[in-house]
Design a protein around this ligand. Structure first.
Ligand SMILES: NC(=O)c1ccc[n+]([C@@H]2O[C@H](COP(=O)([O-])OP(=O)(O)OC[C@H]3O[C@@H](n4cnc5c(N)ncnc54)[C@H](O)[C@@H]3O)[C@@H](O)[C@H]2O)c1
Length: 328
């Protein structure tokens, strides 16, 4: 049994990770300020005897040091996330995503703890390559455009984590997540699948930004958290960055059509320029596809769930939510 701390454990990925760690027999402490996470994500595990939930912020150094005592492994998932939130509040993004990570890494070195750092495909910025490998260049836009603050803040976390690994031998793994999706993800912060499914269930239209020809890959959260735990538990994997997610590309228009076909074929698509959704200084990344061979080589597997199976799982969960709220 390991004693695990999951920062951001009430969030979408963090709640699935916490659930999986409990299933594997570990002890879990969650630290979350419930800013974008939700307490109901933990409803089904909240009374688990090996789970502790602490409500508070990773930006509070006293609290962070306290929850990090008597812990073997730290999964650092808490962050200011979502394209919209980050574009609206770049100061909060930087304060949440950089300083607490440095503090956490410093304490983990002293206490000889293993660490997982959640990073993002956003660190590749506008790199025009077809498939991104972990050693590719990071190509950000100008600092006058706040949307790059998110990717840059996570890139600094990566530099910090790698520096602590080189200098002090900290056993750390960095995962760059590519569009992780599944039950419990909500659409408030610009997440595309929950937004599309909600629109389709409400009769439409589904609003697609720009021309809908942007390319993304969608990985199921269960396969992603299994990869995260697998990397942390493999000593040879430590000290490196990994792309984590599906490597199956699909356009956003095709994604919307797949959802329409499953939910209600009468729903229409509507196209909206980015400027109307995010303001004049927004820049998007047209194509975001990972090369996951480093992950596959290290673990002997990669996420393989099909988009159809992933969408079925999300739609089933949404329908359950709707019928539960209709009954209450
Ligand atoms: N979902 C994705 O596709 C995706 C892609 C790339 C990277 N990521 C990264 O994965 C991690 C988890 O993201 P998610 O999709 O589950 O989002 P989420 O918003 O559901 O989870 C983030 C959690 O962190 C918590 N949090 C935020 N600020 C905090 C603070 N100051 N103190 C304590 N808790 C705080 C939130 O309340 C939330 O529960 C993040 O680090 C994010 O950057 C996610």
């Amino acid at each position: 049994m390991q004693r695990c701390l999951v920062t951001g454990g009430a969030g979408f990925i963090g709640s699935h990770l916490s659930e999986r760690l409990l299933e594997l027999g570990h002890e879990v402490t969650i630290l979350d300020d419930l800013s974008t996470g939700r307490r109901e994500n933990l409803n089904h595990i909240e009374n688990h005897p090996r789970l502790k939930i602490r409500t508070g912020s990773i930006t509070d150094p006293v609290l962070l040091a306290d929850v990090m005592t008597k812990v073997d492994v730290i999964y650092h998932m808490a962050a200011a996330v979502g394209v919209k939130l980050v574009a609206d509040d770049p100061v909060r993004t930087i304060q949440t995503n950089i300083y607490p990570t440095e503090e956490l890494l410093r304490l983990a070195v002293q206490r000889k703890q293993r660490v997982f750092i959640a990073s993002t495909s956003e660190v590749y910025g506008k790199n025009p390559k077809e498939r991104w490998t972990e050693e590719d260049d990071l190509v950000f836009g100008p600092t006058s455009r706040p949307r790059w603050a998110y990717g840059c803040s996570k890139a600094i976390d990566e530099f910090l984590a790698l520096a602590f690994h080189r200098k002090f031998g900290l056993p750390v793994v960095i995962g760059r997540f590519f569009n992780v999706v599944g039950p419990r993800q909500v659409g408030h912060y610009g997440m595309v699948i929950p937004r599309f499914v909600d629109s389709a269930m409400n009769g439409g239209p589904i609003v697609v930004y720009d021309d809908g020809q942007q390319v993304r890959c969608f990985g199921h959260v269960r396969e992603v958290v299994d990869a995260v735990i697998g990397l942390v538990e493999t000593p040879a994997a430590h000290g490196l960055v990994y792309n984590i997610g599906s490597d199956f590309p699909i356009t956003i228009q095709k994604l919307a059509e797949e959802i329409i076909q499953r939910v209600d074929p009468a729903v229409k698509l509507q196209f909206l320029p980015y400027r109307d959704a995010y303001g004049d200084d927004f820049e998007d990344v047209r194509r975001r596809v990972p090369d996951v061979s480093r992950l596959e080589k290290m673990l002997g597997r990669k996420p393989t769930m099909t988009l159809g199976a992933i969408l079925d799982d999300i739609i089933r969960w949404k329908r359950e939510q709707l019928s539960a709220s209709a009954k209450s």
